[in-house]
Design a protein around this ligand. Structure first.
Ligand code: ADP
Length: 478
C-alpha cells in the first residue's frame, strides 16, 4: 500500500532555490517513493510557477486568506507532484522568495502563515479530489506554523514533523500580529510560540509538531547547546526524545564524475582523467602551475561559512605549494578580502564572485581538495560532492561535516578509513594546521591516493536517509 505525505516548503530545486533546503525538498519525493511513500510538495506560487504546472487542477480554495483570495493547484512540475498555493496578494511580486528590490518583504509573516494554513487545512480535510496525507512534513520557519495550526485547531488524524535545515532563521514576527495570523492568545507564551516578546514561527513548529528532525546527527546534538541552538536550545533539549538527526543525501545522478556533462569524465578506477579537469580549471581561474594541492571552495560567503579565516592562512598554504580557487557570493567585506588575497597571490589564488552551477561542477572535478571551514553547518553538501569527485575535504568538525568526513588520523590512515581532514576549534590556527596536514598528505602519493579513493567510494545517496524518514513516519503513526 502506498501511503501519502504532504511536504511543505518555501523552496524546491528546479522551481525556486536559494540554498540547500531546495535540494532536499526536491530529492525527498523520489527517495521516499522507494520506501512506499508518495510525497506531494506544497509551495507558494511565486511569479511564473503556475504556468509551469502540467495538468493543473484546483484542489482547495479560500476566499480570504490573509487579505485576498487563494487557491491550491495540483499538477506536475520539475518531475514532482506539486501543490501550488496561488495567492497573488502575497506571492505575485518581483524578487526572490523572501525579499524584493527593497529588502525582506514586510509581510513575510502573513506570506508564510498562509502556506502553513493551507497545509494544515489540506492535511486535516484533504483536497477537493479526495487526497489526504497521513503525515505533514514541514520544513524550516517558513512552514513552522503548519503543525501549529493543526495543534491549535480541531483534532486531526494527521501526524506532523518539522525539519530544521538551519536554526539561524527563526521566522520572527511582532506579537501584535498574533490574531491576524489566526493564532490563539494562549499560544503567546514562552512554553509555546513566544520568543522574547515576539512570535517565532520556527519555535511554533518545534513545540507543536509530533517530531523534530534535523539534517545530521551531530547538528541534532549541537542544537541542544547554547553555542549552536541560537536561543532555541532549551526548546529542543526539552523534546530530546523526539529529535532525530537524519543526514541529507546528495543527488548521485547529478553529481557523478563518470557521467557529468560539465566535465571530462573519470572514475575512481580511471582517475587519470581528473588531471585534465585540473589543468582546465587552473586556466579558467587564470592560475599558473600549482605544485601542491589545488583546493577549491564553493559557498555562500558569510561568517557562518568561516570565510574570514581563509585570507589569514593563505600565505602559509601557498608557500607550502598549495593553490586555491573560490566561487561564491555574499557579504561585501568577505568578497573584498578574498579578492585582495587573490591579488596578493597572483597565479596561485583565484576568486570568482557569482553563482554558477556549471563552474561548481568543474571545480570539484578539477580540485584536489575542497575546503569547508564553517563555524556551524547543519549538513553541508560540498564536502560530499568533493569526495565523489576525488577532491579531499578539509572541514570544520561541526554538524554534518563531522558526520561525513573521517579524519586522516594515524589510526584511520592505518585502517584505510580516512577520507579527509576534520579540524576544531574552528579558528585560524585550526584551519592552518589542517592545511599543513593536507600538504603533508599530498607529499605522500600512496597515502593521498588511498584517502581520495576511499572518499570516492563513500555512499552519500538518498536510500539510507529515505529509509530513516520512512521509519520515522511509520513510528509517528504507530
Ligand atoms: P547552504 O545551504 O548553507 O548554502 P549547503 O552546502 O547545504 O550550504 O548547500 C549549498 C549549495 O549551493 C551546494 O549545492 C553548493 O554547491 C551550492 N552553491 C553555493 N554557492 C554557489 C555558487 N556561488 N555557485 C554555484 N553553486 C553554489
Amino acid at each position: 500500500m502506498v501511503r501519502q505525505v504532504l511536504s511543505v516548503a518555501s523552496e524546491c530545486l528546479g522551481l525556486v532555490k536559494t540554498g540547500g533546503l531546495a535540494d532536499v525538498v526536491a530529492a525527498l519525493p523520489g527517495a521516499l517513493a522507494g520506501q512506499g511513500w508518495a510525497m506531494r510538495v506544497l509551495l507558494p506560487a511565486y511569479p511564473g510557477l503556475a504556468a509551469r504546472l502540467a495538468g493543473a487542477t484546483e484542489v482547495w480554495a479560500d476566499a480570504n486568506l490573509f487579505g485576498g483570495p487563494a487557491r491550491v493547484l495540483a499538477g506536475r512540475a520539475a518531475g514532482l507532484d506539486v501543490l501550488l498555493l496561488e495567492a497573488p496578494h502575497l506571492y505575485d511580486r518581483p524578487g526572490g522568495p523572501y525579499s524584493g528590490p527593497l529588502g525582506d518583504h514586510a509581510d513575510n509573516a502573513e506570506r508564510f502563515a498562509a502556506l502553513g494554513w493551507a497545509a494544515a487545512e489540506i492535511a486535516r480535510h484533504g483536497t477537493a479530489e479526495g487526497w489526504r496525507p497521513e503525515i505533514l512534513h514541514a520544513h524550516d520557519w517558513q512552514a513552522g506554523l503548519a503543525p501549529a495550526y493543526l495543534r491549535y485547531g480541531p483534532p486531526a488524524a494527521v501526524r506532523s514533523l518539522v525539519t530544521i535545515h538551519n536554526i539561524a532563521f527563526q521566522g520572527i514576527a511582532p506579537a501584535r500580529k498574533l490574531a491576524d495570523l489566526r493564532l490563539p492568545g494562549a499560544a503567546f507564551h514562552p512554553d509555546a510560540l513566544e520568543y522574547w516578546g515576539n512570535i517565532s514561527t520556527l519555535k511554533a513548529g518545534l513545540v507543536t509538531a509530533d517530531a523534530i528532525t534535523t539534517v545530521s546527527p551531530t547538528y541534532a546534538a549541537e542544537l541542544m547547546r547554547p553555542e549552536y541552538g541560537m536561543g532555541l536550545e532549551g526548546v529542543i533539549a526539552r523534546r530530546a526524545a523526539e529529535v532525530h538527526g537524519i543526514l541529507n543525501g546528495v543527488d548521485t545522478g547529478l553529481w557523478n564524475p563518470e557521467s557529468d556533462p560539465d566535465i571530462h569524465p573519470y572514475s575512481a578506477r580511471a582517475i587519470s582523467g581528473k588531471a585534465r579537469n585540473r589543468q582546465e580549471l587552473l586556466k579558467e581561474f587564470g592560475l599558473g602551475e600549482v605544485p601542491g594541492p589545488l583546493a577549491v571552495l564553493v559557498s555562500r560567503l558569510t561568517w557562518q561559512k568561516g570565510i574570514d579565516l581563509l585570507p589569514e592562512v593563505l600565505d602559509d598554504f601557498v608557500a607550502g605549494g598549495g593553490g586555491l580557487a573560490v566561487l561564491g557570493s555574499g557579504d561585501a567585506p568577505l568578497e573584498a578580502a578574498l579578492l585582495a588575497a587573490a591579488a596578493r597571490h597572483p597565479g596561485r589564488v583565484g576568486v570568482r564572485i557569482g553563482y554558477d552551477e556549471g563552474l561548481s561542477h568543474r571545480m570539484f572535478a578539477g580540485g584536489d581538495a575542497v575546503l569547508v571551514p564553517s563555524r556551524f553547518e547543519p549538513c553541508g553538501l560540498t564536502q560530499m560532492y568533493g569526495q565523489r569527485y576525488g577532491a579531499i575535504p578539509v572541514v570544520a568538525g561541526t554538524g554534518g561535516l563531522a558526520d561525513t568526513v573521517i579524519d586522516a588520523s594515524p589510526a584511520a590512515l592505518t585502517a584505510g578509513a580516512a577520507t579527509g581532514f576534520v579540524f576544531r576549534p574552528v579558528d585560524v590556527l585550526g584551519l592552518a594546521q589542517a592545511l599543513r596536514r593536507l600538504l603533508a598528505l599530498h607529499a605522500d602519493r600512496r597515502a593521498w591516493a588511498m584517502v581520495r579513493a576511499r572518499g570516492m567510494k563513500a555512499d552519500f545517496g538518498w536510500d539510507r536517509p529515505a529509509a530513516a524518514y520512512a521509519a520515522l513516519y511509520a513510528r509517528l503513526l504507530a
